[in-house]
Design a binder for this molecule. Structure first.
Ligand SMILES: [Zn+2]
Length: 309
């Protein structure tokens, strides 16, 4: 099997693919796409491992996403509308070390996450903020609640930093609107962390430089294919230019954020080809050379053998 492309962060195990998962993964395989399907809480982490076990081109990450440390987050695309989702909504998880340790024993598990910090949860409508209209200030959270939510996210993240060290795997980090806290948590841990990945990087140039110095890798997804000023979170072109090609990975974050020309549709791992084309354009490389570099990076950071016999 030869994998030409790598989708370093996708969610092929999510409910969005329950009716046609095998077809979606077959399309990825036919396109030469290897991938890491990423867990976000207990159920999706277990399902990530189950999907990875039976598909040659799929590896898994297991962990607890910061939004799932809180009580009321529910996404139909992620968990579906069935019993699991109803049971889940309103739960709020703490990082269950034993549960995730057992999952991480599977040889297909190559990273811990997605974990990190998400302060966008305090803004009820992210789109409004992007459009520079007034974000809703009355998010329904008191100052005390904000402090408590941040504290829970921090505890879960720190537990997973320790865990990643224990099992000697890289972190798959999610961060929205929280880069200064993220960097202050990571800094004292940088020396004992395996080289790790910031997924869907949306920080500033300054954040990127600090994280580069600490040895991090960066994934970029469909947003970089969007025209400027049409829903882009940051100045990706500038950020991508300062990151050495050997620290860049491609991702889809499917089922979310499909790249142009699939924008607005359900995303899938095969579309990572469009992300690679855009990265190549920004770096002045060919798509082939970019894909090859990304595959090497993935092998290095996740300890994978993509193109063995
Ligand atoms: Zn994700």
């Amino acid at each position: 099997m030869k994998f030409q492309y790598f989708d370093a962060h996708t969610h092929a195990q999510f409910a969005a693919y329950d009716s046609d998962r095998d077809a979606v993964l077959a399309r990825a395989r036919a396109t030469g796409v290897g991938m890491i399907t990423v867990g976000t809480q207990r159920d999706t982490s277990l399902k990530a491992v189950e999907v990875a076990r039976v598909h040659e081109n799929v590896w898994a990450a297991v962990g607890l996403h910061p939004v799932h440390t809180g009580k009321s987050f529910h996404d139909v695309q992620e968990l579906g509308g069935g019993e699991a989702a109803r049971g889940f909504a309103g739960r709020g998880e703490e990082f269950d070390h034993e549960y995730y340790r057992k999952l991480a024993e599977d040889p297909k598990v190559v990273a811990i996450g997605e974990c990190g910090l998400d302060y966008a949860v305090f803004v009820s409508d992210r789109v409004l903020e992007l459009q520079k209209r007034a974000p809703r200030q009355e998010s329904g959270f008191s100052g005390e609640e904000v402090r408590r939510i941040k504290e829970k996210q921090r505890e879960a993240f720190e537990a997973q930093i320790k865990f990643a060290h224990e099992v000697q795997k890289p972190l798959m980090i999610h961060c929205r609107s929280a880069f200064s806290d993220l960097i202050s948590i990571l800094t004292p841990n940088a020396s004992r962390l395996n080289p790790s990945v910031i997924h869907f990087f949306s920080g500033t140039l300054g954040d990127a430089k600090k994280l580069l110095d600490m040895g991090f890798y960066f994934t970029f997804g469909g947003v970089i294919t969007f025209p400027p000023k049409a829903g882009r979170l940051g100045d990706y072109d500038e950020v991508i230019k300062i990151i050495p090609p050997e620290r860049i990975l491609s991702e889809t974050d499917a089922p979310y954020v499909a790249p142009v020309p699939y924008r607005g549709k359900r995303n899938e791992p095969a579309y990572v080809v469009e992300v690679v084309k855009k990265l190549a354009e920004l770096n002045g490389m060919t798509a082939e050379a970019t894909a090859e570099q990304i595959a090497k990076n993935a092998e290095r950071v996740f300890g994978l053998q993509l193109n063995g016999e």
